[in-house]
Write a protein that binds this ligand. Structure first.
Ligand code: HEC
Length: 129
């Protein structure tokens, strides 16, 4: 009887401990959200430029470069090893590379360059967010 109680107690402590640890890990790792928030900021700047009709080639390039380098943090920071997640992150990177190569100099070019990027964000969110 005493042994059974001790085992039960051990299990309960174990469960409480696990829940706390998972909660603490989530709270302590701000990186996944930080990466997303950073990308969101640069996408936001690009769409503001579009709305304002002021698509400066230099600043478009800067935001696209920041998006490109930040997107490389998705895989290491999220620690999700599922293949479709990996593919979604890779797709975003490919599209960012293409957008940079297209070097948009005006608003129509910028709009065409960021449309596939927005689609890549959306398709991963539909599945994983
Ligand atoms: C490979 C998958 C993937 C791609 C690609 C992706 N995201 Fe996310 N995003 C996620 C996941 C998963 C979350 C939920 C993170 C969480 O709640 O911890 C998220 C959350 C977010 C959030 C909410 C952050 C918060 O504070 O809760 C924003 C904003 C965001 N993403 C913007 C973007 C933008 C902009 C892009 C494209 C440039 C993008 N994401 C591309 C997976 C992705």
């Amino acid at each position: 009887m005493r042994v059974a109680l001790l085992i039960l107690l051990g299990l309960v402590i174990g469960v409480i401990g696990t829940v706390n640890v998972v909660g603490a890990l989530n709270a302590r790792n701000p990186m996944p959200k930080a990466v997303m928030t950073t990308m969101d900021y640069h996408m936001g700047q690009l769409s503001h430029a579009l709305k304002a009709g002021q698509c400066n080639a230099v600043s478009s390039k800067q935001h696209l470069q920041r998006l490109q380098s930040t997107a490389t943090d998705i895989m290491p920071v999220f620690g999700v090893t599922e293949k479709p997640f990996d593919e979604a992150a890779t797709r975003l990177q490919t599209r960012l590379d293409q957008a940079l190569q297209s070097a948009p100099v005006d608003c129509p070019a910028l709009a065409a360059a960021i449309k596939p990027i927005g689609d890549a964000c959306k398709s991963c969110h539909q599945k994983y967010r």
